[in-house]
Write a protein that binds this ligand. Structure first.
Ligand SMILES: Nc1ncnc2c1ncn2[C@@H]1O[C@H](COP(=O)(O)OP(=O)(O)OP(=O)(O)O)[C@@H](O)[C@H]1O
Ligand SMILES: [Mg+2]
Length: 354
């Protein structure tokens, strides 16, 4: 006869592919239900954007193969994103924010905001609760890319982030009058970041994507110091010069003890829709090369694509409007890679206690 004990015993031999422990030790097996020869259980993932669902299911099915009396298996999925270790300020001001992902670039115009926006939408589509913070003090354009043209409302003295494509959006652009050139100084950046944390009703946010200003100067440094960034992503184009930019980016994050999750190569190549030939407009392979040389992960490449630019201009990110497009799929894969790297980092803190 099929018993819960036998099921747990079998699943305690099934290794989670990334976390290096079995599913039972990791407390990932929930809600076991047995009905005659049919077993239903839920695997509680550390992120809904888990890239390894099918591998985990395969391992579960293999592990359960010899269990007596078992003929039908249904695996369900749940998820609980863990909160990264934060600083006191974050605990006090924004207890609902679990992880902060900084998107940076050494140079301007490499597609950082485009990628930040599409990553946020991709994570939300996977089922995570997501916010995006446009911290680009020089040219905040996330609201436009997300199709938001109103300022946030406030409730009980707190700003409510407008929502678009399933993502809560806040921007430096909401806090300054339009068309006013502003010289940002250190204390102003400090004040603005505090306002974003203390005076915004974020609710529960699994991932807050932060679009940093381009470059690796003081402004970027102070934002990373003020926000406890769980992990950073560097966006680069494939040219030779980007290696130098990426190295500067890495050095900046090291200075403030922010782990670099990896490098994304944007505008990687152009696939002609007419003749299907591929053109490497900005050379090729620079992102991978930079990642290898710096000893960090290469998260993926995104081609140049008219639909990506149009999505930005229209306020309708490609991942939201055409998630099946290969370019949108590439971004979703990168989002999953980021979520799983964060899960592994957060879990390794917990595993020290187990
Ligand atoms: N993969 C892509 N394919 C086509 N167009 C792209 C792609 N990525 C970005 N773009 C376009 O390139 C331009 C610059 O992108 P974006 O504003 O995202 O860059 P950025 O790095 O945030 O710039 P800034 O440094 O000014 O903040 C935009 O018009 C955007 O639509
Ligand atoms: Mg930008």
């Amino acid at each position: 006869m099929l018993t819960e004990k036998a099921v747990l015993e079998a699943l305690s031999k099934v290794q989670e592919p990334e976390l290096g422990k079995d599913l039972v030790t990791l407390n990932m097996v929930k809600d076991i239900q047995i009905d005659g020869d049919k077993l239903t259980f839920t695997v509680q993932l550390t992120t809904p954007a888990c890239p390894l669902k099918s591998e985990i299911e395969k391992r579960c099915r293999e592990g359960l193969a010899g269990v007596e009396g078992l003929n039908h298996i249904e695996v369900k999925w749940g998820s609980q994103v863990q909160r990264a270790t934060m600083n006191q300020q974050m605990d006090d001001m924004a207890p609902g924010i679990k992880n902060v992902i900084a998107v940076s670039s050494g140079k301007g115009g490499v597609g950082k905001s485009t990628i930040a926006v599409n990553l946020a939408v991709a994570l939300a589509r996977e089922g995570a609760s997501v916010g995006i913070l446009d911290a680009d003090i020089y040219g905040p354009n996330v609201p436009k890319m997300m199709g938001i043209n109103t300022k946030p409302l406030s409730r009980d003295g707190k700003m409510i982030p407008p929502e678009a494509h399933g993502v809560h959006v806040m921007s430096m652009g909401f806090m300054v009058p339009d068309d006013t050139p502003l010289v940002w100084r250190g204390p102003m950046i400090h004040g603005a970041i505090q306002q974003f944390l203390r005076d915004v009703d974020w609710g529960e946010i699994d991932y807050l994507v932060v679009d940093l200003p381009p470059g690796t100067g003081d402004a970027q440094l102070s934002i990373c110091q003020l926000m406890p960034v769980t992990g950073a992503v560097i966006v680069t184009t494939p040219q030779e010069v980007s290696l130098l930019d990426s190295r500067r980016g890495l050095a900046m994050f090291q200075k403030v003890n922010v782990p670099l999750l990896g490098i994304v190569e944007n505008m990687s190549y152009f696939q002609c829709p007419n003749c299907d030939c591929r053109t490497d407009i900005f050379s090729t392979g620079g992102g991978k090369l930079a990642a290898d040389k710096l000893g960090v992960d290469f998260l993926g490449a995104i081609p140049i694509e008219v639909a990506i630019r149009e999505g930005g201009d229209l306020g309708a990110p490609l991942v939201a409007t055409n998630p099946e497009a290969p370019q949108a799929q590439a971004i979703t894969e990168i989002a999953r890679g980021i979520a799983s790297r964060i899960a592994v980092r957060n879990q390794s803190n917990v595993l020290r206690i187990i």
